[in-house]
Design a protein around this ligand. Structure first.
Ligand SMILES: CC(C)(COP(=O)(O)OP(=O)(O)OC[C@H]1O[C@@H](n2cnc3c(N)ncnc32)[C@H](O)[C@@H]1OP(=O)(O)O)[C@@H](O)C(=O)NCCC(=O)NCCS
Length: 189
């Protein structure tokens, strides 16, 4: 998988511009620091992004995931008319990919300024379709989505994208002090 050329899109809707999904790159580090100045993001999508150095390391880790072939993270931006790419609005990731393994995991977040406009579900649908198509030959048939039980916004994203609740996960403090939901979606055959 080539992290320099993989691009995904989600079509515009009546009320929202199209989305472009492309691998994160070092030029995103400053924007990433700004986006992480948000309590919900820090709480639900914990990553060590507190300053420019942390953001640069995080981007480097995402690039390393593409190179290693086990983690595929995409920056999500809005595409406005006459602009190649608009501002960053989110992140989706396919992770824990292993050749021959039938399942992998997805994750996502939306920038605070863009929440409530369907960004995460539209981006996750694009990622889901791509993942099942790109990794069908590797045996991928199931995608999992985990969230803490009180993250109702994330639960809604799962439901909107056809990820059914499959089991309850016990709390695992300190990272996960409350029980969680495991949702799953099977590849259409
Ligand atoms: C969960 C999250 C990704 C949803 O992204 P989104 O692009 O806002 O998704 P949607 O627009 O479909 O909204 C999903 C739900 O968020 C809630 N919501 C709506 N407007 C909102 C707003 N302005 N701010 C926060 N949440 C809002 C609603 O419950 C909505 O469900 P509904 O459409 O049935 O009313 C986003 O809230 C987020 O990034 N949260 C912090 C990080 C996180 O929790 N990541 C997931 C970890 S498992």
């Amino acid at each position: 998988m080539d992290g320099n050329i993989t691009r995904l899109t989600a079509a515009a809707t009546a009320s929202a511009p199209a989305l472009l999904l492309r691998p994160w790159n070092p030029a995103d580090a400053a924007d990433l620091v700004d986006l992480y100045r948000d309590g919900a993001l820090r709480r639900w999508a914990s990553a060590d992004v507190h300053d420019r150095a942390g953001a640069a390391q995080w981007v480097q880790d995402q690039q390393g995931g593409w190179e290693a072939g086990h983690r595929f993270a995409f920056a999500v931006s809005e595409v406005r008319e006459h602009a190649a790419e608009g501002r960053l609005v989110g992140h989706v990731v396919l992770k824990n990919v292993a050749s021959g393994a039938s399942s992998a995991e997805v994750g996502y977040w939306t920038a605070a300024h863009a929440r409530g406009r369907g960004v995460a579900p539209r981006a996750l649908k694009a990622l889901t379709d791509w993942a099942f198509a790109a990794f069908a030959g590797h045996g991928l048939t199931r995608l999992e989505l985990l969230h803490q039980a009180d993250n109702t916004a994330s639960c809604r994203v799962a439901q909107k994208c056809g990820y059914e609740l499959s089991s309850l996960l016990p709390a695992a403090p300190p990272a996960f002090p409350l029980e969680g939901h495991s949702h799953a979606r099977a590849r259409d055959l």
